[in-house]
Design a protein around this ligand. Sequence first.
Ligand code: PLP
Length: 457
Amino acid sequence: MTTIQNHLPTAELQALDAAHHMHPFTHGDALAKKGARVITSAKGVFLKDSDGVEILDGMSGLWCVNLGYGRSELAEVAARQMRELPYYNTFFQTTTVPALSLAARIAELAPEGLDHVFFSSSGSEANDTNIRLVRHYWHAMGKPSKKIIISRKNGYHGSTMGGASLGGMSAMHAQGGLPIPDITHIDQPHWWAEGGDTSPEEFGLARARQLEEKIAELGEDNVAAFIAEPIQGAGGVIIPPETYWPEIQRICDAHDILLIADEVICGFGRTGEWFGSQAMNIRPDIMTFAKGVTSGYQPVGGSIVHKDVAAVVNAAGDFNHGYTYSGHPVACAVALENVRLLDEEGVLQHVRDIAAPALAEKFATLGEHPMVADPRTFGMLGGLQLSPDKDARAKFEAPVGTIGLRVRERCFANGVIMRHVGDRMIVCPPLVITPEEIDTMVERALKSIDEAYEGAK
Ligand code: PLP
């Protein structure tokens, strides 16, 4: 077998896949019985599978294809860069023009003061970098005991040992002895599920203040940083109450704790700003990015570091950390072109003026369905709760995720990709989606929810 096997019929592709390919976050045997859906091409917001069926991608792949599929400009830039310099590293006092140019461009787009970039190839790696970076920073500041990183239950920060430890996903912690030491978690600001009788505003404050309580419990001198996504993505598109982030900011400032905003999903236009921190008025010391920086066309991630933190790290001798592909020239060239297109084509403006308002309006109509509670959007992220009795904020009797999975499967059958997180359904379409495509996406979602509802009766 020497080439891509795209001449084979679907069943043979599936058999090869089942025989040799281990999938992320997948029950291997169950998938092998069923056969994976083979995605073969894509254009705009539509995927095509090996049987020629078109599917509207309501998740931008894995939250990453911000610019939509099929942009030949990105392919051309990659080919040009591969011919000129396919690879060189950024270790040992060398650099490449794409890497330095991308770092400089990101510094222009990031919030005030965040003007240094450490590259990786993924969000997980970038968060591993953050663990090492903040500990190195405090060591260099003469406070080596400041090592603990506080994170949140049901947050997602990646799949490496470090990333998964920062994340608060219990199913991940249950495999492989996680979290690693000196990482601890507080509760998430998920009002619908955990807010009880409090108002969202009171609940947002209470959840933020858990950070202050945790710092007091651990001792300020032992805490290095707090990390969180501006909006939790993989946890189910959980948009925090408005009171949450200002209080978190106050607490980090008051206790000399570095604030890391994990912008892997929120970054590069998803909220209508370049970064979620700008949309939510957060002043982080470090931001994690990946995904949307290349619209997923190449793997790039990294940490955007405030100049005050970078100055300390840069003065502290060698930072003994890095990846073979940190600042990969082809990947960085593609990222630069992606950012240029997002900028010059006014994609953020499109999000702010057209797509996000259209998504907000249409997504809200799903709330008319008896099984849909609290449909909400922020920028181009949307989440809703499936519930058997939404006024009581009730959960299903069936194990968590049973109904959500059923809805997701109906979505697949009805030509739209919508993800389920337990019994939450979420969307994150390409930023370039049109209002007509948003209508199609939501109508297919509604049909799917209704079919699952009828089936559950
Ligand atoms: N951080 C957040 C907020 C994410 O959503 C993800 C991936 O979904 C990651 C980190 C990990 O990124 P990657 O899968 O590129 O390692």
